[in-house]
Write a protein that binds this ligand. Structure first.
Ligand SMILES: C=C(O[C@@H]1C=C(C(=O)O)C=C[C@H]1O)C(=O)O
Length: 421
């Protein structure tokens, strides 16, 4: 059982608009106590740990949600801004698998700075009885560039992973499962402690239209929004179906048109959209599923993308909605239980928090949870190492060599951020 929920006091006040939220992260706080949620310059950054909870197992979402509810019920809040993300905020990351040794964490930082359109604010949070003073919020010197990291094989080397893909294809052709998402890990070893602020600067600068996140030592730039809940509206961005970009824009446009017509990718995409719409159905009315996907352009890859929206009909928090949507066919497969079994048999690794929900939630339960993709986990034992991940949706027409190349393209954001240009 998680620890008892403490009482918090929180104060949110307006702040002059900071240019760069990442620059506000202090350089003398442990990387696991820095949090970030950024897109196109707006979002939230935070540091310190007013309180936190860890949970594990199949109830990890419900336990964390209950804890946060109790914390908020006994908190004293002075919120002069009243926007989503003001007042006390919890940042969380959850393991992909129920049985994972990596569990889940909700962290409530002691300071959160937010920026949304023209409004910026700072929230200070403490356990105790007196309202905290507003801290000084100012940019810190830019972090130094790291040296090129060394890459080591993770659970499977390239050949082994290709043969896992080939086995997945035969399982699909044999009728065990329709689609399965297979992932691989690579260990990046740097020549000194990894500077999270450097990684975040690179990710937020290079991948501005993704959600750049850092929570409890998990860092990345995810293009996939599992669920956003804001004032009764629920939205989800589903991605599945990928093509690697070349360095030639004209050629990429032709590839995008090909992706939008590719029956293999459209089939893979359809599975993922269906799994999201079905999971939202018990919680929402007026669910809108566009008839065909659009092509999302990222610097390294292009994806087929569909934005699903609905109106919330129950009290589910954004975290409980994320639980209902996890794992979607975009990161597990279809049907879910059979795909999860094949993953367990073929990947030969614990995914940890990769491909699990990562995000934030405020006291109202509104929040945003992305799927932790294009990310890495800082190694708690070795501060110079990061375990980075990438996975691919496998369907009956998948070719192992092409999937390996796709996984390499999906590793690029983290490799570049780590200084491997
Ligand atoms: C599993 C990953 O990405 C997922 C798989 C995709 C695909 O197979 O086309 C596309 C986007 C994501 O839903 C990853 O980036 O690691």
């Amino acid at each position: 059982m998680p620890s008892a929920a403490p009482a918090l006091v929180a104060r949110t006040a307006l702040l002059p608009r900071p240019d760069d939220l990442v620059a506000l992260l202090p350089d003398d706080v442990a990387a696991t106590d820095l949090v970030t949620w950024l897109r196109d310059g707006d979002g939230l950054v935070g540091w310190g740990r007013a309180t936190s909870v860890t949970t594990s197992g199949p109830d990890r979402f419900a336990q964390a949600d209950r804890w946060w509810h109790e914390v908020c019920a006994q908190s004293v809040v002075r919120d002069a801004v009243q926007l989503p993300g003001t007042g006390p905020v919890a940042f969380g990351s959850f393991s992909f698998a129920d049985e994972s040794a990596y569990g889940a964490t909700l962290v409530v930082p002691s300071v959160v700075v937010g920026r949304r359109g023209g409004t910026s604010w700072v929230t200070t949070i403490r356990t105790g009885a007196t309202l905290p003073q507003q801290p000084t919020v100012e940019p810190h010197p830019a972090p130094a560039a790291p040296a090129k990291p060394t890459l080591r094989t993770g659970a499977l080397d390239r050949e082994q992973w290709k043969s896992a893909v080939a086995k997945a294809v035969s399982r699909i052709q044999g009728g065990d499962v329709d689609k399965v998402v297979l992932a691989r890990d690579v260990i990046a070893e740097c020549d000194g402690p990894v500077d999270l602020r450097w990684l975040l600067t690179r990710l937020a600068g290079g991948y501005a239209n993704t959600w750049t996140f850092a929570v409890d030592g998990l860092v990345g730039a995810s293009p996939e929004m599992l669920v956003r809940r804001e004032k009764g509206l629920v939205t989800s961005r589903v991605l599945a179906g990928t093509i690697r970009r070349t360095r030639d824009d004209e050629h990429d446009l032709a590839l995008a048109a090909k992706l939008a017509r590719s029956s293999k990718d459209l089939e893979e995409h359809e599975y993922a959209v269906r799994s999201v719409a079905d999971a939202l159905a018990p919680h929402c009315r007026s669910i809108n599923v566009p008839e065909s996907p659009f092509v999302l352009h990222l610097p390294n890859v292009m994806h087929l993308a569909t934005d699903v929206a609905g109106v919330l009909t129950d009290e589910s928090s954004s975290l409980r909605l994320a639980e209902s949507l996890h794992p979607s066919a975009a990161v597990c497969g279809t049907p879910t239980p059979a795909a999860a079994r094949v993953i367990g048999e073929l990947e030969e690794m614990d995914r940890g928090r990769y491909a699990g929900p990562v995000g934030w939630m405020d006291a109202s339960g509104d929040g945003e949870w992305a799927i932790a993709l294009r990310c890495g986990a800082l190694d708690r034992e070795n501060p110079s190492a990061v375990r980075i991940f990438a996975g691919c949706g496998i369907v009956s027409g998948s070719d192992p060599a092409a999937e390996l190349a796709e996984s390499e393209a999906k590793l690029l954001p983290m490799r570049h951020a780590l200084g491997d240009d």
